[in-house]
Each structure stands twice: as C-alpha cells, then as structure tokens.
Design a protein around this ligand. Structure first.
Ligand SMILES: [Zn+2]
Ligand SMILES: [Zn+2]
Length: 495
C-alpha cells in the first residue's frame, strides 16, 4: 500500500483558484475547448503570454507551442473524505481540497464553495484506497478522486526551446488562438490545467459572450432578430440548467463546447445582429414555478410539438406538454396513422423560409429492408408494427419482426434504425393493416419513407420561431407560445 501525504495540496490552496465566478455583473464560466494528453496552441499573429496563476512567471511566444504533462501519473490521487465543510479561510489546512458547485436557491443561482477534508493518507491507486477504507470500516463512497491541479507542464516552441511551468496557466490573447490544428480561432482569456491525467484548455468568458458564440450556430446568423432573441433566451436557460446539474464540475470546467452541452464556436458566424440580439435580452432566462425551466429546443416539429414525457418517458412537465405550431395541423390527431399520413402528404408553403427550414419541414428517404434489419441487428424482417405515435406524430414504439423481434421504444432509436432520419414523424409508403390500434406493415425489399420535422420535437421549434418572427411576433410571444406557463426573469444572479 502506497501512502502519500497531503502536503502536496498546500500550493493548491494558497493561490486564487479559477472557476466560475460573478464579476462585474456577469457570470464567468470555463468552457472547455479541448481535453487531450497533449495540446498544440498556435497564436494567429500576435504574440501570446503564458503565465502561471500568480503572474510571477510568464513566457512570451509568437509561434506554435506544444504543451504536455511532465508526470501524468502524479496528477491524480484517491483520498478518503473525512467531513465536508463550508469554505472558511480559518479552516484552511493541508488536508482540504476546495470544491465548487452551482446550486439554485430562492430563485437564484449561487456558487457554493466548500472544502473537502480528507484523511491524511492518499493513494495513487483506487484499489489501495478502497482496501484501506474497507479495513477502517469507512464507506467506499467516501473514496474520492483528488486532482492535483498545480502539476507541472512542459512547453516546447517551434525552435525546440523547452520551458516548464506550473499549472493552472493563464493565456490572454488579443488575436485568435488555434488549438490542436482546429481552424476555428478563439480570442480572450484561457486557462490550461490538468485534470484526471489530461491537459485541458478552457475559454474563460462571461456567459453572455459564450451565448454570442452559440446562438448563430443553432438558428443561423441571418435570422430575424426576434427569433435570435428567442433562441438566446432558450440557450441561456438551457446553459443555466446544465450548470445547476454540475454535469462537468468533476471534469474541470463548466460546459463543454459540443452537442453534449451546446455547440460553442466562438466568433464563427458571429455578426453585429447576433451580438446585439444577445445584448437586447441580456440575462433573461425562463422560470417555471421559480426554478430554471427546461428550455429544450429542436429544428422543426413538423406541425405540432410533442410532450417531453412521451419522448423521454419522464414525468409530465407543464411547459413541455406540446403545442400547435402550424395552425392547419390543429384539427388533426397526428397520433393516428390516418391523420399522420394525411398531414405528411400536405404541402406547406412557408414564405421567406430558407432551404434548411424547408428540408427540416418535409423530407423523403429510402432504406432497403435488408439494411433496416442489419441496423437492428437481425437477419431479415417479415413485419413492421407501429405501436404508438406521440401528439406530434412521432413514432414512439415500433417492432421489427423477423428471425427475432426487435422493440424500438424511443423516437431516437427508431430514427437510428431507419438510417439516421431527421425525425420519427414518418410513414412507410404502401398499404398497411390496422389491428387493435397497431399498424401492421409487410415490408417490400425497398422502403420509401416520407416524413416531416427534424429533431425530438420537444420545446421550441426553431422553424416555427423563425416563422413567428417573420410574422412580426416578439421573442416574448415566441417563448410564451412554445413554453407556456413560464416567465422571463433576469434577477437570477446571486452575487
Ligand atoms: Zn457537455
Ligand atoms: Zn414547428
């Protein structure tokens, strides 16, 4: 059993730590741009200064640098949690590790800072920590990963010059920084640190600047301004709900830059209109009964939005029960096969819409029965049964019957099986039989699929929001339509 003393963490506690913060009336966040065992950073023109956290040691670079961890094995330990206290300067000791998390209290977002106190022993292997805990009758849940964020990294410049710096490192760049050969440049403040034996580079910026790098990638940078604002409020609300879930806190940042959170691409496609739309509705989020609303959104519902409880099988959410998006669909029951087919065959002309909107609205696809069987992991298919459609017409349960029976019980799985379709609001061309509400289809060798809508169909429909904006409706009206029973609020910052 290898023991290590926690004096390692003195340095960690003495310096000011990065992390989410309220500064100058803004919420500052760490958005992860890359997590790798090695980073390459190329300044786009201007020199960059890389400095240690205390600012005493810094280096200037004008060309590409590569960064690697000197001793990756030593960047993580397993400690046994002794007790948990609220952060208090007087209680700082060498056995404590700070932890930061978001909490929602009394209609406000708070950043809670705590010190985790550990037993004086630490372990380089989880198994050793578990064995020790078992011997001492300590619950295994108290064995936790402890990340040494002030490990040393090696920086090598183009000329092969080497220098060593202690993390976390700050980079401030007036010009673009290109990371790991990516063609997207990012400007501003960055943090490099090591977490779980990996190197991280995070963009450190206010929530509002982050949103100005998200919105246009979601809804298009030439969208009518009220649609941009509706998208901004939805994206801001979504970001806050992700923060409250603390989904990336253990990873060393607040949000990732991919679809897992929201796609963040910095200045890519950003323009004056996007920036002023974000500013015009600054800090506004949607609340439902005093808590951050689930402001999920999708490309195109196809006519009606669906209920979150049908699509994701959770409890019903009052503001996500589904609404009518295109008035002509209102009188139809899209959960019935007859009306679903009728509506999919109805041509909808949308004045002023772009090609992606029209593509997301109505589409056609083909798949062979063989390919469908293969996607579902079976040899052949004799019969297809559609068990249930949601209120948007999306198929929620579908059976493929052949050498085996495969039950597809979610719109997502159904879309995947049929070859990554835009949505599960579709029908298979040709005849069908109805047997006690179940649609029975004998598949031909090639299936023609006709559909409407793109995405899961819950919450705001982007195509619908664009259309409402073109009709002169305000972003407040757009949000009230797709998220009924929510209110817009901006007093959520607990500084
Ligand atoms: Zn994420
Ligand atoms: Zn819609």
């Amino acid at each position: 059993m290898r023991l290590k003393h926690f004096c390692l963490f003195i340095a960690l506690l003495s310096g000011a730590l990065f992390g989410a913060d309220f500064k100058e009336g803004q919420l500052w966040l760490e958005i992860n741009l890359a997590t790798e065992s090695q980073l390459s950073i190329r300044p786009g023109g201007n020199q960059i200064v890389v400095s240690e956290n205390d600012g005493l040691i810094s280096r200037t670079f004008s060309g590409e640098i590569s960064v690697s961890i000197v001793n990756p094995e030593a960047t993580m330990y397993y400690g046994i949690l002794e007790r948990r206290d609220t952060a208090n300067e007087a209680e700082f000791d060498t056995l404590a590790v700070p932890m930061e998390s978001f909490v929602w209290e009394q209609n406000q977002l708070k950043i809670k800072r705590e010190l985790l106190h550990f037993l004086p022993q630490s372990f380089s292997e989880k198994q050793a920590a578990d064995e020790y805990a078992a011997c001492q009758n300590i619950p295994l849940s108290k064995v936790m990963e402890v990340h040494v964020i002030n490990s040393t990294v090696k920086l090598v410049d183009k000329a092969g010059e080497v220098c060593y710096l202690e993390t976390p490192l700050r980079i401030s760049s007036a010009g673009d920084l290109f990371i790991n050969g990516n063609s997207l440049g990012f400007t501003g403040d960055f943090i490099i640190k090591t977490v779980k034996r990996k190197l991280l580079i995070n963009h450190y910026l206010p929530l509002e600047s982050y949103l100005a790098g998200v919105v246009q990638n979601e809804i298009g940078n030439s969208s009518p301004v009220e649609a941009l604002k509706a998208q901004t409020v939805a994206a801001r609300t979504h970001a806050l709900s992700l923060l409250i879930n603390n989904r990336h806190k253990a990873d060393g940042y607040d949000l990732c830059n991919g679809t897992h959170c929201q796609v963040y691409k910095g200045k890519y496609l950003q323009n004056k209109m996007v920036i002023s739309a974000v500013e015009d509705c600054a800090a506004e989020v949607l609340l439902a009964n005093g808590v951050i609303a689930d402001a999920t959104y999708h490309s195109s519902c196809g006519g009606k939005t669906d209920a979150s409880s049908a699509i994701w099988k959770g409890k019903p959410v009052k503001h996500l029960n589904g609404v009518t998006c295109i008035a002509e669909a209102d009188s139809l029951d899209l959960s019935s096969e007859v009306d679903a087919r009728k509506w999919i065959d109805t041509k909808i002309e949308v004045a002023g819409s772009s090609s992606w909107e029209r593509g997301a609205m109505a589409w056609e696809a083909f798949i062979s029965a063989k390919e469908l069987a293969k996607n579902a992991g079976i040899a052949y298919i004799n019969r297809i049964e559609i068990g249930q459609r949601g209120r948007s017409g999306r198929i929620l349960s579908l059976k493929l019957i052949g050498d085996k029976t495969v039950n597809l019980e979610s719109e997502y799985k159904i879309r995947q099986a049929f070859g990554n379709l835009y949505s599960s609001f579709f029908y298979i061309s040709g005849s069908y039989r109805l047997d006690e509400g179940v649609v029975q289809i004998t598949p031909k060798s090639s299936l023609q699929i006709k559909g409407k809508g793109s995405g899961h169909g819950v919450g705001m429909c982007q195509v619908g929001a664009l259309q409402m904006a073109r009709y002169g409706l305000s972003y407040q009206e757009i949000l009230a339509h797709y998220y009924p029973d929510t209110i817009i609020s901006k007093g959520w910052m607990n500084e």
